[in-house]
Design a protein around this ligand. Structure first.
Ligand code: MOS
Length: 688
C-alpha cells in the first residue's frame, strides 16, 4: 500500500497559476517564441487519395517574391525509417491518403508561403481508393492478440434468456479541435536541433526527432511552454513536425515556423475512427446480465495502424458468465487515426450504455436500478477486486440531485409546450493508467523557495497548478514557496499528458523526489540542495484493478415541429479518487461533458468517397457545441479514498467526463420521443 499524501493545498480550488498570463496574452505558445529572423513554412498536401506523384513543377512557386525554398520529395533528403509510416515524410512518391504531405514552401512571410504552395503543380497517377468503413467488408483484420475473447456459452445464454437486445450503433469520424492548432518552430544550430512544439509530451517529440534525424538525444531540445489544448492530437508526433525540421534544413541559418491551418488539421492531426458496433445483450428475469456479445469495426490508415479499443470498457463494466468480444479493422486509404479524448472508452461506452438502456427497458427495470443491480466489486476482466469502485454511489447521488424519481418511465410521456421532454442516464468509466519512468528534481534556492523540475506539459488542464499543490503538500510548505518548471525536454523525463495519467504520474514523481530530498537534506536545507525521485512500479496493481467511474444524467427537449434538440440540463457525478484542485477539476469534467454534447449532437466528419477528403473540414461546417448549446451543466464527485492508486489517491479526470455523455443524451432522446437513435450525431431529421 502507498501511504497517502498529507494534504493541505491539495483539494483546494486554487486559481490557475498561469491564468493571468493566459488571459492577458502574456503566455507564449510554441508559435509565439521569439526566434531570430524566422522563415515561414506552408505545407503542400496531396489532392488525390491514392496513387503516385509523377512530377512536381515548382517554378511558379519559386518565382513568388519572398520564397526561400520549395521542398519536395526530390530535395528533402532522407530521414530514418523508425517504423512509423506517418513520419516517413517526403520519402517516396506514393500517396496513401488525401491530404498527405508532399512538399513545403519556405518563405519570408506566411502569406508568401501560402500563395506559393498553391502554385506548386503536381502531376499524379491515380489508383483506385477505398475510404469508406463498412461492417463485414473484405479486408477487415483482427488487430493484435488479446482483443478477441470468448468466455462461457454465449449462444446458449442468448437462447435461454427472457430478455435480449441486438442492436448496431455507429459513430462518425470525429476531429480533435484544440483552440491552438498544431504548430512547430524548428531551429537548427549545426547538428543541434531546438524545437518549440505544441505537444502533450516534449520528451516523446525529442526522442522521435532524434531517431528520425539520426541525432544524439543530447543534440535535441524540445520546449512546449504553454499549450492550447490537445485532446490526444498532440500526444504523438505527427508528420508536420518532421516536415518543419526538413524545411528548416533547406534554409540554413533560418529558424522556421509552421502552423497547420484548421483545414489541414483534418488530414494531419489524427482523428477518431468511425465505429460500427454490434451489441447483443441478454438478461435473466432477475435483471442480471447473462451474456454480452460486442463486435466493433473501425478503420485504420494504410500508413500506420492505430487501434481504438472500443471493447475495452466492456471488459470491466458489468459481470457476466458469458461474453464474446471481437474487434475488426479495415485498412483504408485515409489519414492516420489516433488518440481523441477517451479513445476506445468514448465510442465503446456510447454503444454499451445505449444498449444497457435498451436492455433495462426490455426488462422493465429503471435504468439507474438496472446498472446498480449489475454492479460489482470484482473486476470482471481480471478477477481482481477494484481498488475502489463507486459507480453505484455516483448513480444514486446523481439520481437524487437530478430529480430522477420524478421520471415517468414511459417514453414520450412528457410534453411542455411544443417540446417533448426526457431524461437519460449512462455510466462512465476510465482506467487508471500509470506510465512508469517519470522523474522529478527538487532544488532549494537562496530565496528560501523550492524549485520543482519535471518535463511535463500543461495542455490547459491546470496541471501546472495541480502539480504545484502536490509539491507544496509533499514539502509541507505553502503553495507560494514552490516554483514548478515544466514544458522543456531539458527537464527530467516525464511521460505523456495522455490517458488521463499526467497529474497522477508526475505527481507521484514529485512526491518521490520530495521524499528523497527530505531524507537527504531534512527540513532545513541549504541553498543548492537537491534530490531526484522517480515513479516506481506500483505493486498494488498485482492485487487490484484500478478504474474511475461516473454517472451522467441529461435532460433533452425535442421540438415537435422542427425536431430541434436542446440539452438544458446535464449532471455528471464522478468517483475519481481524490480531487487535486476542485476548480480546475470541475472545468476538466464539464469541458469533457460539453465535448460529449458535441459528440451527441454535432460532430461528424463527412468524407467524400469519390475524392477521399473531409468535405466539412472547417468550423463553419464541422459543428462543435458553442456556449449557446450548453445549458445548466454541472460536475460533482463523491468522496473516494483510494490508498492504492498513487500517493495522492487520485485517478485521472481528463477523459472520463466525455465517456457516457453521448449515451446519456441519446437515452434521454429516447425517453423524450420514443425514437431510439443509434447513429451519432442525433440530428433533427430523426424526429420530423
Ligand atoms: Mo488523451 S486522447 O489520452 O491525449
Amino acid at each position: 500500500m502507498i501511504g497517502l499524501l498529507h494534504t493541505r493545498a491539495v483539494g483546494a480550488g486554487i486559481e490557475r497559476l498561469d491564468g493571468r498570463a493566459k488571459v492577458t496574452g502574456a503566455a507564449t505558445y510554441a508559435f509565439d517564441q521569439p526566434v531570430e529572423h524566422p522563415a515561414h513554412v506552408c505545407p503542400v498536401l496531396s489532392e488525390i487519395a491514392r496513387g503516385r506523384i509523377t512530377g512536381i513543377d515548382t517554378r511558379a512557386a519559386e518565382a513568388v517574391e519572398g520564397v526561400l525554398a520549395v521542398v519536395t520529395g526530390d530535395t528533402a533528403g532522407p530521414v530514418a525509417d523508425v517504423g512509423d509510416g506517418e513520419l516517413a515524410v517526403l520519402q517516396d512518391d506514393e500517396i496513401a491518403f488525401r491530404g498527405q504531405l508532399i512538399g513545403a514552401v519556405v518563405a519570408e512571410t506566411p502569406e508568401a508561403a501560402r500563395q506559393a504552395a498553391g502554385l506548386v503543380e503536381v502531376a499524379y497517377e491515380q489508383w483506385p481508393h477505398e475510404v469508406e468503413l463498412r461492417g463485414g467488408s473484405a479486408g477487415l483484420r483482427i488487430p493484435g492478440p488479446g482483443s478477441d475473447e470468448v468466455r462461457g456459452d454465449v449462444d446458449g445464454a442468448f437462447a435461454a434468456a427472457p430478455f435480449t437486445v441486438d442492436a448496431t450503433y455507429t459513430t462518425p469520424p470525429e476531429y480533435n479541435s484544440p483552440m491552438e492548432p498544431l504548430t512547430t518552430v524548428a531551429v537548427w544550430e549545426g547538428d543541434g536541433l531546438t524545437v518549440y512544439e505544441s505537444t502533450q509530451s516534449v520528451h516523446t517529440v525529442r526522442e522521435t526527432l532524434a531517431q528520425v534525424f539520426g541525432l544524439a538525444l543530447e543534440r535535441v531540445r524540445v520546449m512546449a511552454p504553454h499549450v492550447g489544448g490537445g485532446f490526444g492530437s498532440k500526444g504523438t508526433v505527427h508528420a508536420h513536425v518532421v516536415l518543419a525540421v526538413l524545411a528548416a534544413r533547406a534554409v540554413p541559418g533560418r529558424p522556421v515556423k509552421l502552423a497547420l491551418t484548421r483545414r489541414q488539421m483534418f488530414a494531419l492531426a489524427g482523428y477518431r475512427t468511425p465505429t460500427l458496433q454490434r451489441l447483443r445483450l441478454a438478461a435473466g428475469s432477475d435483471g442480471r446480465i447473462t451474456a454480452i456479445d460486442h463486435e466493433a469495426w473501425e478503420q485504420s490508415a494504410h500508413v500506420k495502424e492505430f487501434v481504438e479499443g472500443c471493447t475495452a470498457p466492456v471488459r470491466s463494466m458489468y459481470p457476466t458468465p458469458n461474453r464474446r468480444l471481437a474487434q475488426r479493422m479495415a485498412a483504408l486509404d485515409v489519414p492516420v487515426t489516433s488518440w481523441m479524448r477517451g479513445p476506445g472508452e468514448c465510442p465503446g461506452m456510447f454503444a454499451l450504455e445505449s444498449a444497457i438502456d435498451e436492455l433495462a427497458g426490455a426488462c422493465g427495470i429503471d435504468p439507474v436500478e438496472f446498472r446498480i443491480r449489475n454492479d460489482t466489486a470484482i473486476d470482471p476482466d481480471t478477477g481482481k477486486p477494484f481498488s475502489s469502485r463507486n459507480l453505484a454511489a455516483c448513480l444514486r447521488e446523481g439520481a437524487r440531485r437530478f430529480g430522477w424519481a420524478d421520471r415517468d418511465p414511459l417514453p414520450a410521456s412528457r410534453r411542455e409546450g411544443g417540446w417533448q421532454v426526457g431524461v437519460g442516464v449512462a455510466a462512465s468509466t476510465f482506467p487508471v493508467i500509470g506510465f512508469p519512468g517519470s522523474a522529478a528534481v527538487v532544488r532549494f534556492g537562496a530565496d528560501g523557495r523550492y524549485r520543482v523540475l519535471i518535463g511535463a506539459t500543461d495542455l490547459g488542464t491546470g496541471a501546472w497548478t495541480a502539480l504545484t499543490q502536490i509539491a507544496a503538500d509533499a514539502l509541507r510548505v505553502p503553495v507560494g514557496r514552490v516554483d514548478l518548471h515544466i514544458g522543456d525536454s531539458a527537464l527530467p523525463w516525464a511521460s505523456v499528458a495522455g490517458g488521463s495519467s499526467g497529474t497522477n504520474c508526475w505527481g507521484t514523481a514529485i512526491v518521490e523526489a520530495v521524499k528523497c530530498f527530505r531524507d537527504q537534506h531534512g527540513t532545513d536545507p541549504a541553498e543548492g540542495d537537491e534530490a531526484r525521485g522517480e515513479v516506481r512500479e506500483n505493486t498494488a496493481r498485482e492485487h487490484y484493478a484500478m478504474h474511475a467511474f461516473g454517472a451522467q444524467f441529461a435532460e433533452v427537449r425535442v421540438n415537435g415541429t422542427t425536431g430541434e434538440l436542446r440539452v438544458p440540463r446535464m449532471l455528471g457525478v464522478f468517483a475519481v479518487g481524490r480531487i487535486i484542485n476542485a476548480r480546475t477539476a470541475r472545468s476538466q469534467l464539464i469541458g469533457a461533458m460539453s465535448m460529449g454534447v458535441s459528440m451527441a449532437l454535432h460532430e461528424q466528419g463527412v468524407r467524400d468517397p469519390r475524392f477521399g477528403h473531409i468535405v466539412n473540414q472547417d468550423f463553419a461546417e464541422y459543428h462543435i457545441a458553442a456556449n449557446a448549446d450548453i445549458g445548466d451543466i454541472e460536475a460533482v464527485w463523491v468522496d473516494e479514498e483510494d490508498p492504492h492508486v498513487n500517493p495522492m489517491g487520485s485517478k485521472g479526470i481528463g477523459e472520463i467526463g466525455i465517456v457516457g455523455a453521448a449515451a446519456a443524451i441519446a437515452n434521454a432522446v429516447h425517453h423524450a420521443t420514443g425514437v431510439r437513435v443509434r447513429d451519432l450525431p442525433v440530428t433533427a431529421d430523426r424526429f420530423v
